[in-house]
Design a protein around this ligand. Structure first.
Ligand SMILES: CC(C)(COP(=O)(O)OP(=O)(O)OC[C@H]1O[C@@H](n2cnc3c(N)ncnc32)[C@H](O)[C@@H]1OP(=O)(O)O)[C@@H](O)C(=O)NCCC(=O)NCCS
Length: 145
């Protein structure tokens, strides 16, 4: 069974999450995780999904407050062995509830074109033109929560 957890910045779980995000998101694109990124993540909300049987972290994401109403979802990553089993949906649903509880009314994210459909199934809508960052094409997606 999978369970959702909040992860404290700087904890052992946070290190596990950084490693997972690196393997799933950065390494395939040839990008490095720089230690200087860590400091920036101190005020963010970190969320993980754990397999209860072996306590393994199978997925995670972070949320970055933009202002009083809007919060940005970033670095949604599911371990390759557990993709397409519903973990992504569980995590984004949990993040949405967590954000609403904290008083936010809008989730914002920049989705790679390959995962736009995944976010559409979660109620996000594409907004504006597609754009490029580091050679990767994204579109802004939003959801009122
Ligand atoms: C994208 C990702 C977060 C989805 O999580 P997941 O646990 O695999 O997704 P779920 O099982 O909850 O939902 C899967 C459904 O989403 C849709 N989907 C669309 N594009 C998808 C994609 N590239 N990967 C996975 N699911 C995708 C499909 O409808 C799929 O259902 P299907 O298997 O019946 O076709 C995960 O696959 C992942 O980490 N991928 C690599 C990193 C990445 O691209 N992250 C997004 C950064 S913007």
């Amino acid at each position: 069974m999978k369970k959702m957890i909040d992860i404290d910045f700087g904890s052992a779980r946070y290190d596990e999450l950084v490693e997972l995000r690196y393997k799933v998101l950065l390494e395939p694109l040839g990008l490095k995780f720089l230690d200087s990124y860590r400091e920036k993540e101190i005020g963010y909300i970190h969320i993980g999904c754990v397999e209860s049987l072996d306590d393994k972290l199978v997925g995670g994401l972070m949320m970055i407050p933009l202002n009083d109403k809007e919060i940005r979802l970033m670095q949604v990553a599911v371990d390759a062995k557990y993709q397409r089993e519903g973990v992504g949906h569980l995590m984004v649903d949990y993040a949405e509830k967590r954000a609403r509880k904290a008083g936010y009314s809008k989730l914002i994210m920049h989705a790679m074109l390959s995962v736009v459909h995944f976010y559409e199934t979660l109620g996000f809508k594409a907004e504006g033109d597609i754009f490029e960052e580091n050679g990767i094409t994204f579109v802004k997606m939003v959801k009122k929560i």
